[in-house]
Design a protein around this ligand. Structure first.
Ligand code: PRX
Length: 661
């Protein structure tokens, strides 16, 4: 595509076809607008209606929304339900019971299938195994599992007995697990001996062992080990038990435990701009309503669809659109264990053809890397596969550049499939701003309009509306059912992080900058406005990486981390480091940079590894000693320095910090 075209495409509009509109659940813009109006007219009535229509309550709620202790909003509070029953039991006795719930494709291409009835039995049996190990309603369970049916079973089994799960992404380090075990006060860990990715067997249990040996983890009484491969792993007598051991003799029937709508279904840790990752706490009722509803609204789910969300269950996307949403909606979904580039970069396209995927949901970063692969090797270009089963495409996690959008639209969607660019966050629980495939005219690079009932706006620092066409801070002015309830164990941090006093303390601050189109009112997300980075759709706190670097106390005196734009990963981590020894150059600098990268991988996980590491004799600071991050961001980008640097003690460091290693 020419440069001129790529600039122009932002003004292109792709309305849904007449046929798509006609067949859609939300059919055309008038239908969308009618829902928005209903929400405005009778906000509580709107949500009450949807909660009654979409969920099965063991005790109906009588009050929809309690704002008396804002921003600690409560939804459907006196109602009772069980999330697992709403994902599984509800389908029993309906035509869905014998439908395939999960098609699983392993790293090496083996395919297996589980029906809803079978999945219910597996969840019930594992739930009984959890109970037999003394795990009860309200307990916290850490899940550190590969992608597969067992991870979903573990999550659903926790939900079934009312235990709160906290899934840790399989790429995170022992230290990350350790922090989460302690913060959540977990009583058990569910893990696997190994995970298989890209043809490699990688230890998971060994990392759990390392985490639990770090001290302070006495709360953990049981480690459940799924033997993914025949390879033996270390087992601690009395504490560690294989799935086979704990499942033996357990009945497959387990009565779901009714919980209050506000009961914490899960805690998911995510990076903030300060301190350690925060435990985002989600509710049972409101959260589940959202994941079910958005399957219908955003993905326009039909009974015959084959839904594939490529996200790992370690992220919020894998919670809402793998573990809960598709099941609550009775969909057949594909779960993939491996990576998009193994054994070749056409794997996704091959799998779409093989399984006749009709709804495909992935991250812009995956699309960008597959574009690159297809451009260098025609054999892995999507045109080599039959992708005509697709009807809806989606993206999530980061802004998608119009060039990548166009490529996805043309080469994967055959110019036939709407792309839903879904904006949301760990904290929002599900989509909040997104096109609807059978209604919204699409504009590449824009997440378009808020879902009905989401009162999104763009404001200034004081919370005043900013006119369309100008950039500002993205907020949501009214609560919504699937919003974050609190930060686990730290309500004050919750209030401070998301509901700033300057804006009145009741409006949700997303942490992203955004601008609305002057004519259409469409939203375009311009990126984080805090010290959070988005690398390949993964959220990382600059402070976390800085802490990891300075914890290498024998080497590092000081470190500052910023993001810089990257064609492939969206943003890349750039670290400025002052060592406790003379500033290294040449080969020595390269060697130390690699040592530090591996250190960060060990402390946080490989996704946090800085791409650039630059060494200076010191860091640029203001007179009051604050690191001049804006200046560092310019240096990282390779921009000409236009800021006032007269206060710098040693201006020569600017040259030093420009050198990459
Ligand atoms: O910056 C926004 C970006 O991802 C952040 C949320 O990250 P996380 O909590 O890890 O959740 C990711 C999956 C929902 C947001 O603050 N983001 C997410 N979706 C989009 C996006 N940026 C632009 N466009 C999107 N569609």
């Amino acid at each position: 595509m020419s440069a001129i075209e790529s600039v122009l495409v932002e003004n292109r509009v792709f309305p849904p076809s007449e046929a798509t509109i006609k067949a859609a659940r939300i059919s055309g813009m008038p239908a969308y607008e009618a829902l928005c109006k209903e929400a405005e007219r009778d906000f509580e009535g709107f949500w009450a209606r949807l909660a009654r229509e979409n969920l099965q309550w063991t005790r109906p709620f009588t009050k929809t929304l309690d704002e008396s202790n804002a921003p600690f909003y409560k939804w459907f509070e006196d109602g009772e339900l069980n999330a697992s029953a709403n994902c599984l039991d509800r389908h029993i006795g309906t035509p869905v019971e014998n439908k395939t719930a999960i098609v699983f494709e392993s790293d090496d291409g083996q395919v297996s299938r589980v029906t809803y009835k079978e999945l219910l039995a597996r969840v019930g049996q594992f739930a009984n195994a959890l109970k037999a190990q003394g795990i009860r309603k309200g307990d916290r369970v850490i899940i550190y599992m590969p992608m597969g049916v067992e991870g979903v079973v573990a999550m659903q089994a926790c939900a079934r007995i009312g235990a709160t799960h906290s899934v840790v992404f399989g790429g995170f380090s022992a230290k990350s697990i350790h922090e989460r075990v302690i913060d959540a006060g977990a009583v058990a860990v569910v893990t696997a001996n190994y995970q298989l990715r890209g043809g490699k067997e990688m230890g998971l249990k060994a990392i759990v062992d390392e985490a639990l040996a770090m001290g302070g983890c006495d709360s953990v009484k049981t480690v459940f080990v799924y033997m993914r491969t025949p390879t033996a792993c270390n087992m601690v007598a009395g504490r560690d038990k294989t799935f086979d051991e704990v499942l033996k003799g357990q009945p497959t029937e387990c009565k779901p435990e009714p919980v209050g709508a506000e009961h914490p279904l899960f805690i998911l840790y995510t990076s903030g701009s300060t301190g350690k990752p925060k435990g985002v706490q989600h509710s049972t009722g409101g959260y589940l309503l959202w994941s079910k509803l958005t399957m219908d609204w955003t993905f326009d789910l039909k009974p015959q669809d084959l839904f594939w969300c490529t996200a790992d269950i370690g992220w919020i996307t894998g919670h809402s659109y793998v573990a809960y949403g598709p099941l609550a909606a009775g969909a057949t979904q594909l779960i993939f264990e491996g990576i998009p580039t193994y054994p070749h970069s056409g794997r996704f396209w091959q799998m779409i053809e093989k399984h006749k995927v009709s709804i495909f949901y992935t991250a812009p970063t995956a699309i960008r890397s597959l574009i690159k692969a297809a451009e260098t090797d025609a054999k892995v270009h999507p045109k080599n596969w039959d992708l005509t089963s697709l009807r809806i495409l989606g993206t999530v996690g980061e802004p998608i550049n119009p060039e990548a959008w166009m490529w996805y639209y043309r080469n994967v969607g055959g110019e036939r499939c709407p792309i839903v660019d879904t904006f949301w966050q760990t904290e929002t629980g599900g989509h909040v701003i997104t096109p609807l495939p059978g209604a919204t005219p699409l504009v590449p690079g824009s997440c378009t309009l808020p879902l009905p009932g989401i009162m999104a706006a763009i404001v200034d620092e004081a919370g005043h509306d900013i006119p369309n066409g100008s950039g500002g801070m993205l907020v949501i002015k009214r609560p919504w059912p699937s919003m974050i309830r609190t930060i686990w164990g730290d309500p004050e941090r919750f209030r401070k992080s998301y509901f700033p006093e300057e804006m009145g303390g009741r409006i949700y601050l997303a942490g992203d900058g955004a601008v609305r189109d002057a004519k259409t009112g469409y939203f375009r997300i311009t990126g984080r406005i805090d010290d959070v980075l988005n690398v390949s759709g993964h959220r990382l706190g600059t402070m976390e990486i800085e802490s990891a670097l300075v914890s290498k106390t024998d080497l590092v005196a000081e470190a500052a981390v910023v993001g810089r734009p990257d064609d492939l990963t969206g943003e890349a981590v750039c670290a400025f480091v002052v060592l406790k020894r003379p500033r290294p150059t040449g080969e020595e600098a390269k060697k130390i940079a690699n040592e530090l990268r591996n250190w960060v991988a060990k402390e946080i996980g490989p996704i946090a590894k800085p791409k650039d590491i630059r060494f200076g004799e010191n860091l640029p600071k203001t007179r009051s000693g604050k690191i001049m991050r804006r200046l560092l961001r310019s240096i990282a980008k390779g921009e000409k320095i236009t800021q006032d640097v007269t206060t710098l003690e040693n201006p020569a460091i600017l040259d030093q910090l420009s050198e990459t290693n």
